[in-house]
Design a protein around this ligand. Sequence first.
Ligand code: RB5
Length: 145
Amino acid sequence: MKIAIGSDHAGFELKEHVKNYLELKGFEVIDEGTNSVDSVDYPIFAKKVAEDVASKKTEYGILMCGTGIGMSIAANKIKGAYAALCLYPTMAKYARLHNNANILVMAGRLMGLTLAEETVDIFLSTDFNGGRHERRTNEIKEFEN
Ligand code: RB5
C-alpha cells in the first residue's frame, strides 16, 4: 500500500518517526516534505498530500502540523480529499468506519510517538462501514459539485 506523508516544521519530527515506522512495516511511503524544522507554511504540504490521494497516486495520506487543525482545513479544500484530525486511536477508527476519511491528520505538538503509532495502525487497518454512512458521505460529495 502506498501512503503520502507530509508536515510543516511543527510536525516534522513526528512525520520522520511515522515514516520510519511505516517503512519498517513494509508500506511504500511518498514523503512530500517538509525536510527540516525550519519554519514553512503548512498549506503547501497539505495540498501535495491531498492531491496525491485525490488523484489515486496513493491510497491514503498522513499530515501533521502543530495542532493538526491547519492541515485539516487546507487538505479538505482539495476535491476528493477527506481529511480527519485524529488525536486518539478511537477517532481514527471512526474516521474510517463512519466517515471514509482518506487522510489522517495528527498533531505534532500534542501527541506522543506511541499514541501516534496506534492512531496510524487503526486508521490504516479499518474499512469503511458503508450503508447509512455511505449515504452521508455521498451527501458531502455533492457539496463538491
Ligand atoms: C505553526 O506554528 C502552527 O501554526 C502549525 O503547525 C499548525 O498548528 C497550524 O494549524
